[in-house]
Ligand binder design. Structure first.
Ligand SMILES: NC(=O)c1ccc[n+]([C@@H]2O[C@H](COP(=O)([O-])OP(=O)(O)OC[C@H]3O[C@@H](n4cnc5c(N)ncnc54)[C@H](OP(=O)(O)O)[C@@H]3O)[C@@H](O)[C@H]2O)c1
Length: 282
C-alpha cells in the first residue's frame, strides 16, 4: 500500500527525513508531497520552492504550515528536485546554498544523470537519481532509483521512504540500466493505454458499438491490472489459468504470440525506447 492511501493517523514513517525541501510542486512533486505528509513528514520542517506553485499547494502550505518560497530557504536533510529537467540549469545557482555537506539530493528529473546533477550542483555529495512513472501521480507508481557512492545506508533508507510514498521502488546498482527501466516502466503506461485503445478498436471492428467497446476495454485492462496486483502468481501463470485448450482465448493468443507478434514487437519497442532514453540523457 502506498503512503498516499495511509490514514493520517498511521504511525510516522521513521525513515523519512526530519526536514525536507521540495523544488517543483507540480503533478509528481505534489503527489509525493501528499504521500510524505500522510507518512508523517513534519509539515513545519518542510519547504516548497515553486515560484508558480499550483493553487492546491498554496492552500496546503497555508493550512498545514509548510514553508512556501521563503526568502531564505533552509538547508534541509533532504532536497527533492521535481521541476522540469530543463529547469535544472537555471535553478542550480539558487539551489547551491540549500545543499549542505550531509544533504541528500533526490532527483526525479528525467534524463538527468548522476554526473549531470553533480556538475550542476557541485556541493551535492549524496545524490539519488530516480525515475518514477505516471501512475506515481496517484500513488501507484513504479520507480527506479540509483544512488551515488556517497549515499549512506541511512540516506538510502530515507530515499526509499520518500520514493515509496508513490508506489514500488526498485534499486539499480548500474546507472546505465535506468534506460532499460525507463523503457519498461517509464514508458510502459502508454503501452497499456495503447492496449485498451486497440482492444476497443478491435471490438468495434467485430461489431460492438464504439462507446461500449471503449468501456469494455478500459474496464478489462484496469480489472486485469487489479487482479495482477492482488495475485502473487506471475503474469504468465495467470494468463495460462484463463486459457482453456481449444477455447476462444487460446485462439486469440495464438495470433498475438505468433512469430512477429506481441512478444517480438514488445521487445523491439522496449529496445527502441531504451536507445532513445540513452540518446536523450544529458
Ligand atoms: N509526470 C510523469 O509521468 C513523470 C515521470 C517521470 C519523471 N518525471 C519527472 O518529474 C518532474 C516533474 O514532472 P511533472 O509532470 O510533475 O511536471 P509539472 O507538473 O510541470 O511540475 C513541475 C513543477 O515545477 C515548477 N517549476 C518549474 N521551474 C521551477 C524552478 N526553477 N524551481 C521550482 N519549481 C519550478 C513548475 O512550475 P511552472 O508550471 O510554473 O513551470 C511546476 O509546478 C520532471 O522532471 C519529469 O522529468 C515525471
Amino acid at each position: 500500500m502506498s503512503a498516499n492511501s495511509r490514514p493520517d493517523t498511521a504511525a510516522p514513517d521513521a525513515a523519512l527525513p526530519r526536514s525536507l525541501t521540495l523544488v517543483g510542486a507540480g503533478k509528481m512533486g505534489g503527489a509525493m508531497l501528499a504521500g510524505w505528509l500522510a507518512g508523517g513528514l513534519d509539515p513545519r520542517r518542510t519547504t516548497i520552492i515553486d515560484p508558480q506553485a499550483p493553487p492546491e499547494i498554496r492552500v496546503l502550505c497555508a493550512a498545514r504550515g509548510l514553508g512556501l518560497n521563503p526568502a531564505k530557504p533552509p538547508v534541509s536533510e533532504a532536497l527533492v528536485l521535481a521541476m522540469k529537467p530543463q529547469g535544472l540549469e537555471g535553478a542550480a545557482a539558487g539551489l547551491a546554498p540549500l545543499i549542505g555537506p550531509d544533504t541528500l539530493v533526490v532527483s526525479i528529473l528525467a534524463g538527468k544523470t548522476l554526473t549531470n546533477l553533480r556538475d550542476r550542483l557541485p556541493g551535492a555529495r549524496a545524490i539519488v537519481r530516480a525515475m518514477p512513472n505516471l501512475p506515481a501521480s496517484i500513488g501507484r507508481g513504479a520507480t527506479g532509483a540509483v544512488a551515488s557512492t556517497a549515499v549512506s545506508a541511512q540516506q538510502r533508507a530515507q530515499a526509499q521512504a520518500l520514493l515509496a510514498s508513490v508506489g514500488l521502488v526498485e534499486w539499480l546498482d548500474d546507472e546505465a540500466l535506468i534506460d532499460a527501466l525507463t523503457a519498461v516502466s517509464g514508458s510502459g503506461p502508454a503501452y497499456v493505454f495503447l492496449l485498451a485503445e486497440v482492444m476497443a478498436q478491435a471490438g468495434v471492428a467485430a461489431g460492438l458499438p464504439a462507446d461500449m467497446a471503449a468501456r469494455l476495454a478500459r474496464s478489462t485492462v484496469s480489472g486485469a491490472g487489479a487482479l495482477l496486483e492482488s495475485n502473487p502468481r506471475e503474469a504468465g501463470a495467470l494468463r495460462q489459468d484463463v486459457t482453456s485448450p481449444g477455447g476462444t482465448t487460446a485462439e486469440a493468443l495464438a495470433v498475438l504470440m505468433r512469430p512477429g507478434g506481441l512478444p517480438d514487437l514488445m521487445r523491439e519497442a522496449v529496445d527502441a525506447a531504451r536507445r532513445r532514453a540513452g540518446a536523450l540523457a544529458g
